[in-house]
Design a protein around this ligand. Sequence first.
Ligand code: FAD
Ligand code: NAI
Length: 469
Amino acid sequence: MSENNFDLIVVGGGPGGYVCAIRAAQLGMNVACVEKRGSLGGTCLNVGCIPSKALLQSSHHYEAAAHEFASHGISTGKLSINVKEMIARKDKIVSELTQGIEYLFKKNKVTYIKGAGEITSADKVTVAPEKGKKQVLTAENIVIATGSEVTPLPGVEIDEKQIVSSTGALDITAVPKKMIVIGGGVIGLELGSVWRRLGAEVTVVEFLDSILPGMDGEVCKQMLRTLKKQGMNFKLGHKVTSAKKAKTGVTLTVEPKAGGDAETIKADTVLVSIGRRPYTQSLGLEKAGVEVDERGFVKVDHDLQTNVPGIFAIGDVIGGIMLAHKAEEEGVAVAEAIAGQSAHVNYDAIPGVVYTWPEVGVIGKSEESLKKDGIAYKKGKFPFTANSRAKSTSETEGFVKVLADAKTDRLLGVHIVGPIAGDLVMEAAVCMEFGGSAEDLARTCHAHPGYGEALKEAAMGVDGWSIHI
Ligand code: FAD
Ligand code: NAI
């Protein structure tokens, strides 16, 4: 086999691509992973999941010190935040993790090729490095894992200084006095929380009448109430139509979506977080004959194969929920399928987490979607105010809701707003993967005092026998 000939070429080194490459190497393939960013880990490790969680943690500590320590009898004196140090800590974490993936590539003998990949035919990828000559790689199979990019908002041009995307919002050098967040989805609420906790006056402008659209209605309502109580402002049912920049800040024109008078609002920093779109720029999809849908997502079949045999696609670039762990599952499935194993992704059991505080952890069907699909269900709900662990940590905001099939008791959905909701929901994920029932959760012994007891009690509530409420 020549140096440029591989069993598999993965284009894109994000959570979809790097996991696929490692799994394929584990299964005995000679794998190359082409990445143009200059570091591995994709959006997630470089400018997404990890840096945002690092800042959420720093700002969480700051808020706890400012507002919660006193009730424990701890006094801190005058608090201050050194934004530079906070950002440097975040950068260090990112750098350690991205280098960690390089180590994993070496360990698994995956060839890491730095440069932009272009698929020039069903078995060829041309790589243009930042400097130097192009090289042509060949392989029997190619996986497209090129991810997504920020959806721009016409009239509100991102400069990553005054008007930032999520990437710029991770690198703000001083806490803005006023921040406007356009879009009340996951990014808006997480990064809006970071800067609000550190002292910014944050207003979220959301086009729809609810934040976190698509999530269970009770979760959306609870989160709106909770975030308002924390001091975040909301303008629901409004759209931003233009932005005017000046040295003193940005003036946005905002209109009710239902029609009516426009108004202007001013901010030092504006965050545009209205979603992400597939990234396939200069990838050569047309040359290779790979079809995309009307929104630009690469079209794949049940086996994640495109219309061109031997070319597969995974992760954000194929759409569906844009989450790192969904991309990873698809990466593993494709590698195993190419190796001749039977592989599939269970899209019904992919958890979603919003890392605000309290967190949101959800999996499976919402009540709204069950009603829409005409599925009869039973419901159990338990508030954290009645959970003794939550009482002892003063983290009583939120609830657990368990939805189960009315006839079979099979677990259909779990929706949590509360402390460590993102970890609690994993218990439901395992139960759902095993086709478990609400009773399975209800009759599983949970350590006391634990937040998990709220999940158990909600599951008991499905059959009306919650004890502590
Ligand atoms: P990506 O991670 O986008 O990776 C694609 C890679 O391909 C990129 O590195 C890109 O440089 C490279 N590439 C593109 N074109 C080429 C080419 N032609 N040649 C070579 N390389 C190329 N998800 C979660 O599950 N949990 C979270 O907490 C979370 N937080 C997030 C926070 C933010 C601020 C953002 C923006 C996203 C967050 N996400 C989170 C979403 C998550 O980052 C994505 O779902 C995930 O990164 C998708 O993985 P991927 O491998 O499909 O694509
Ligand atoms: P999103 O799709 O979650 O939210 C976008 C919001 O913007 C929606 O509420 C939408 O109604 C609103 N919107 C759209 N156009 C608008 C307009 N013109 N004016 C006002 N509001 C408008 O997208 P977001 O937050 O940008 O995140 C992108 C992706 O990144 C998501 O798919 C998410 O899955 C992923 N992500 C995941 C995280 C996690 O798992 N914790 C954290 C951050 C991002």
